[in-house]
Structures are given as structure tokens and as C-alpha cells.
Design a protein around this ligand. Structure first.
Ligand code: ARG
Length: 565
């Protein structure tokens, strides 16, 4: 039993008004070790019982079996648990060394499915930093769901349909060339698109031309379809380069176009339920009964064309029917909040009780050296360039620190990409943040490379020791303070895993990995780990456990853990 479970069970025995799960969700790790190892705040109980939190904390302490812990005390509104250091060290290290990367895995999800709509860039446009965020947050959440016993289904809902493709076809046919597109697909297509908009400002009939080509596309015109398929394939090739660099895969690339033949069903249901109404020639669902602040969801335009919303409704239904998800997540920027509130509202009006399982996982805006990015005007920061620059910065530091390292290029790629990904995941996802590559790729401070470096350092100690690390119960006497900091941090990992899923926050794991790295580096600076004495094996067990948990944390975040750097 982990210490977390021990505390939960103990508290369950004396608190009748909260379920074990509710108790566990409230457990905190105290800021400093003189407040113990796990704290239980009593505020929620105080509300329920109409008593002072301080009083409740004392009542709980008086009822608890103290023999299971070093001590349990009430500090103001908190119940603070102090674990027996020697036995805790022993049980944590034993658990980690025997379970290895399975440490912290739980079965909460019962193998049910979680669909994750992620990345979802738009064809013929460069992938933006926002899409990068969606990709890496989605990927980390997929790993986290799996760690919590669910089966993730990663879906790339490509933006591959809409009137813009009519414009693009017109532009390509009128002033584009095959060679140009082949040489540099996305940049060229983007240029055509930008040029189209410039020309349309002067000559409005261009918009009609664009619409006409989109209509042809929708009607299955062979030429239009062929061009569209080609644009899509060329774009996907470029996106794949980025996915490969980040080592991120998808279970489905069904984008918006996939739902073309699945929207009638949605429209039928809306009609049958009598919630589809005409408004100025368009078809809409009025949502003011659900929430007076919501604007209507637009289902069909005046010309009968479907919209982003129509396709998303079809996709939501398709996903439920295909995967029978327990949760359906949409990792999409916060600027689309209203869209997803509307979508959920329409799904509930359609009578789907699973609408409650649909969640918009919003995230904040990234700026790059203070600048916002936009694709409309074409002044974009290309992701490829960001990753290339990160690679170069990593390589420079490796050359300074470890000039004899083999596979420098490979490690530089793992560190560069890892730095970008880690930085993206380190902040609460809804925060906006600025991106400065120099800071992000540093080997010290709150960075991915710092965690990678710490892990590589631990692995290098293990290599030097040339010993197989074993667990033998009588050797573990790791009860000094620096060691204890590591042990109690390692001990938190299983609850960190649960919490990161409950809050849909990969940042909880990233922050945890930084904490564990700091604890380990403090220890490393002050102890002679490799000295031969009767504690050697115990110290190596500690080092090995740190590297297991650090590598697993990095894996969950989608960051590589190089063995040397
Ligand atoms: N392609 C959209 C964009 O770039 C994001 C799609 C998000 N997913 C969804 N099911 N709507 O803004």
C-alpha cells in the first residue's frame, strides 16, 4: 500500500461525510517538510459539519491510529501526516525497483476509451504555435490517460474542408504552378491564399469564383477533387515531418472532409427534434434556453453550405458510435471556447446524455519573443525554424559541456525538441506565455534540459558503479534530510499521476519532474554516492529510483530522456 493510500484509508475510517475518493483528491503535499509528508485540509468538512476547521483537524487526530505513522498532528486547519522514514524509504524504493516504469500506473480507467482531438492543423497553411500546443498537450494527455488505465484514441481533425479550398483552387489554376507547389508546398499554397485575398480586395468577383470552385468541390467535380487531394497530401507530408521530429503518432487523420456524408444524419435529428429553425435563410439552433448568453449555433448557411460546427457535431456523434468513449477531449485554444460550449449545448438538445463527457481542453496563447503569430498575413514563425534553432542551441551547449559525447546530433535533437515541448507543458495550460528560445534550451533553471541532464547524471553514476542495484531490506537506512526529500517526492508520484488526469494538466507532471530534479541535485552536491560502505547499495537504489521516475515523467510528457548529454 502506498503512503497515499494509507492516509486515505486511515482518514476514511474516521471521516464519514466524504468518500475515499473525495478524501484522496483533497490530500496535499505540504510546502515544507516540517509540516509532514501529506496534509489533509479540513475546510470542506468544516462547511459540511458547521464547525471550525481547527476543531475538526483536532478531532480527526484524536481518533487516528498513530502507530501507523511517525506522528500525526493538527496544525491549524490541517491534519499533517509524518511517515516513518526508514520504513517509507524501504517500501517506496522496493516498489519502484520492482515495478520500474510501471510505478504509479493505476487501473482507474478500466480500459475505457478517451478520444483526444489534437493538433488538427489546417491544410495549405503552416502549423502554428497554437497547433504545436495542441499537439504536445494532447500527446501528453494521451500518455497520462493510458497511465491511468484508459485507452487513448488520438484524432487529428485536420482542417481540410471549407470555402478556402475553393479560393485556393482558383488561385492555383489562375496564377499558380505545379513546380512551385512541389518545391515548397505549404509556403507556396499560403502565398496563393494571401495573394487571393489581396486581389479580392480590389476585385470582388474573385470571391464568387472561389465560392464556385468550392461548390464544384462539394459536388464531387473531378478536377477540383484531384487538386484538393493533392494539396492535402502535400501539406500532410510537411506536418508529418514535425510529428516525426516530436515522435508523435495519431490513431486517426479523419479531418473535417471525412464528415461530408455524415452531416445529413445530424441535420435530420435536429429537424426531428424540432430544434432546427430558419433565420434569415440560414438554419440555426437557438441556444438561449440553455444559456441566455449563448448565440445560436449556425448549422447551414443561406446557400445551404455546412459549417465548422456542422462537421464538429457529426464528428462528435461518429466518435461516440465508433469508440464509445468515456470522455471525449478537444485540445483546442481558448479562443474557441464559445464554439465548444455551443457544440455541447446542441448535443444535449439532441438528447445525448454523453454530451457531459465532452470536454474542451482549452489552452492559452503563445507569443514568440513578444510577438503574436498570425497566418492570415503570412508573417508566421514556422515551427520547423523553432525546432531547428532549438537543436542548434542544444548542440552549442553540448559542445561546451561534453565535447567527447558520441551521437551529438541525435542528443541535440532530443534536447532541443524536448526543451520546446517541456516548456510548453510546464505552465498551467490556460496561461498565456512568451517564448524565448535561449531561455527554454538552457541546461539550468526550470527547463526540460535540466530534467534530462539530471536523469543523465543519475544514469552516469549507475554506470560508474558497475554494480547491479539490488533491494535488500536491512540495508535501507536513508533517513537524512536530503535523502528524505527525494524519498517523499518519489512517494508522491502515484498521486501526481492521478491528479494530472483529474485536472487534465500535464504541467503537474512537468513541475513534479523539476522538483524531483532539484531534490536529487541537492543530494548529489552533498554526498559521496559511490563511496564503498554498507550504504552504497542503498544509495544506488535511490539513484536508480530517481532515474526511473524521471524517465517515466519525461516519457509521459513526450520528452526523450537521453542516457548521456
Ligand atoms: N483546424 C482548427 C483550427 O486550426 C482546429 C480544429 C479543432 N478540432 C475540432 N474538432 N474543432 O482552428
Amino acid at each position: 500500500m502506498s503512503n497515499n493510500e494509507l492516509v486515505t484509508n486511515t482518514l476514511s475510517g474516521v471521516i464519514k461525510n466524504l468518500s475515499a475518493q473525495e478524501i484522496q483528491e483533497k490530500l496535499e503535499s505540504p510546502k515544507s517538510s516540517d509540516l509532514g509528508d501529506i496534509a489533509f485540509p479540513t475546510f470542506a468538512l468544516a462547511k459540511l459539519l458547521r464547525k471550525y476547521p481547527q476543531q475538526i483537524a483536532e478531532d480527526i487526530v484524536s481518533k487516528i491510529d498513530q502507530t501507523l505513522f511517525e506522528k500525526v498532528v493538527a496544525t491549524g486547519p490541517y491534519v499533517n501526516f509524518f511517515f516513518d522514514k526508514v520504513s517509507t524509504s524501504q517500501s517506496v524504493l522496493t516498489e519502484i525497483l520492482s515495478q520500474k516504469n510501471e510505478f504509479g500506473t493505476n487501473k482507474d480507467g478500466n480500459q475505457s476509451k478517451v478520444t483526444i482531438d489534437m493538433s488538427s492543423p489546417n491544410i495549405a497553411k503552416p502549423m502554428s504555435m497554437g497547433h504545436l500546443r495542441s499537439t504536445v498537450i494532447g500527446n501528453a494527455l494521451a500518455n497520462i490517460t493510458a497511465k491511468n488505465g484508459y485507452i487513448p484514441v488520438k484524432i487529428n481533425h485536420l482542417g481540410d474542408w471549407g470555402t478556402q479550398f475553393g479560393k485556393l483552387i482558383y488561385a492555383y489554376k489562375t496564377w499558380g504552378s505545379e513546380e512551385e507547389v512541389k518545391a515548397d508546398p505549404i509556403a507556396t499554397l499560403l502565398r496563393y491564399y494571401v495573394e487571393f485575398h489581396e486581389k479580392a480586395k480590389v476585385n470582388e468577383t474573385l470571391n464568387d469564383e472561389g465560392r464556385a470552385w468550392f461548390k464544384k468541390l462539394e459536388d464531387g467535380d473531378e478536377e477540383a477533387l484531384k487538386l484538393w487531394e493533392w494539396f492535402r497530401a502535400e501539406s500532410l507530408k510537411e506536418f508529418t515531418e514535425i510529428y516525426d521530429r516530436l515522435d508523435i503518432t495519431f490513431d486517426s487523420f479523419n479531418g473535417e472532409a471525412f464528415y461530408n456524408d455524415k452531416m445529413d444524419k445530424v441535420v435530420d435529428t435536429l429537424e426531428k427534434k424540432e430544434i432546427l429553425i430558419e433565420s434569415q435563410g440560414a438554419k440555426i439552433v437557438d441556444l438561449s434556453d440553455v444559456n441566455p448568453n449563448l448565440t445560436p449555433a449556425m448549422i447551414k448557411r443561406t446557400d445551404g453550405a455546412t459549417l465548422y460546427m456542422t462537421r464538429d457535431l457529426a464528428a462528435a456523434v461518429y466518435r461516440k458510435e465508433t469508440y464509445n468513449f468515456a470522455k471525449s477531449l478537444y485540445v483546442v485554444g481558448g479562443e474557441q471556447r464559445e464554439h465548444f460550449v455551443q457544440m455541447k449545448a446542441v448535443l444535449s438538445l439532441m438528447g445525448f446524455d454523453w454530451a457531459d463527457d465532452v470536454e474542451h481542453i482549452a489552452f492559452g496563447l503563445i507569443t514568440f519573443n513578444g510577438k503574436k503569430m498570425s497566418t492570415r498575413k503570412g508573417d508566421v514563425v514556422l515551427l520547423k525554424d523553432v525546432l531547428n534553432d532549438a537543436h542548434d542551441l542544444a548542440l552549442k551547449q553540448i559542445q561546451e559541456k561534453n565535447p567527447s559525447l558520441s551521437h551529438k546530433e541525435l542528443v541535440a535533437e532530443q534536447v532541443g525538441a524536448g526543451a520546446v515541448v517541456f516548456h510548453d507543458l510546464m505552465n498551467d495550460r490556460t496561461n498565456n506565455f512568451d517564448f524565448n528560445l535561449e531561455e527554454v534550451v538552457r541546461f539550468e533553471g526550470d527547463t526540460g534540459p535540466y530534467v534530462q541532464y539530471t536523469n543523465a547524471r543519475a544514469l552516469s553514476i549507475l554506470r560508474k558503479s558497475e554494480k547491479d542495484v539490488s533491494i535488500s531490506s536491512d540495508e535501507l537506512q536513508l533517513d537524512d534530510i536530503a535523502t528524505w526529500n527525494i524519498i517523499s517526492t518519489l512517494n508522491q508520484f502515484p498521486s501526481i499521476i492521478k491528479r494530472s488526469w483529474q485536472q487534465r494538466e500535464a504541467s503537474i507532471i512537468a513541475k513534479y519532474a523539476l522538483n524531483l530534479s532539484r531534490a536529487f541535485n541537492k543530494y548529489y552536491a552533498n554526498s559521496k554516492i559511490l563511496t564503498v560502505d554498507d550504504q552504497l547499495n542503498a544509495r544506488l537504489a535511490l539513484v536508480k529510483s530517481v532515474s526511473i521516475v524521471l524517465s517515466e515523467s519525461l516519457r509521459l510528457l513526450g520528452v526523450k530522456a537521453p542516457e548521456e548529454m
